[in-house]
Design a protein around this ligand. Sequence first.
Ligand code: NDP
Length: 282
Amino acid sequence: IVVQGLQPGGQLTITTDVENYPGFADVIQGPWLMEQMQKQAEHVGTRMMWDTIVEVDVEGGPPFRAVGDSGDEYIGDTLVIATGAQAKWLGVPGEQELGGKGVSACATCDGFFYRNKDVAVVGGGDTACEEALYLSKICSHVHMLVRRDEMRASKVMQDRVMQSDKITVHWNSETDEVLGEQVVEGMRVKNNKTGELTEIPIEGFFVAIGHKPNSDVFAEFIDTDEQGYVVTSSDSTATNVKGVFAAGDLQDKHYRQAVTAAGTGCMAALEAERYLSAEGYV
Ligand code: NDP
């Protein structure tokens, strides 16, 4: 049984072009890829459930019990958690109000709407650099807001950003407010060294400050690190609870690619099968 959650197919359903999933010579679409994965799983007998898990009890070993918000209970001798991660937000005024009206957490999904317009990207990691570079090919100008006087991103990504004449990096800069009535019209930026406030006109505001793993519902029983990522044994998807495995972005803060998630999904399936067989369930 696969319980699909609020966003069946996950983050790939809110992306467009996928160019680095192996096996496809041409560019494919994220939603299409997830549709194919679902069909493939159904083809081998998987039952897809439209439900979201709100409670889990894995104490005392199998059978494990999960409860959906439908009220239905799911009982399993083994459990694979693959709930992924979601984008983090800043929590500044205007951000939530203008969500989908110029505020986005995915340049590859929404960048297209800002062709030949000025936009901003918040963050100083590899994702922020990647998004800024992607947007620089579409938009007229990209303002990158970095809260410190250095970036966390890899040197090669930083170099590419610094070499682009379509990207301006604003150091020590934080968003004070996203401005606009119906749609994003600008942002007020605060220099956290001088306290100076500056208003910059933009039409797209892209937040790229990392992701939060969707582990809250399991955190009572399953070991997570300080950022909430599920901890798995090395070279394995095994969690601290015997018979419970974790795969994908929920336990991977480094790679976060469709192919690496699929790879750990495969590991989890094999480990779950071996576990069931070793414990005499099958
Ligand atoms: P990171 O955690 O690496 O970076 C987050 C960035 O956002 C940091 O610059 C951080 O600043 C900043 N930030 C966090 N919170 C705030 C805030 N409230 N206001 C302003 N800025 C904030 O996340 P990424 O998503 O960039 O990367 C995650 C992982 O994925 C990394 O390991 C990365 O290397 C990898 N990755 C690799 C890619 C590639 O190789 N092509 C592409 C994309 C990701 P500060 O540094 O001050 O904390």
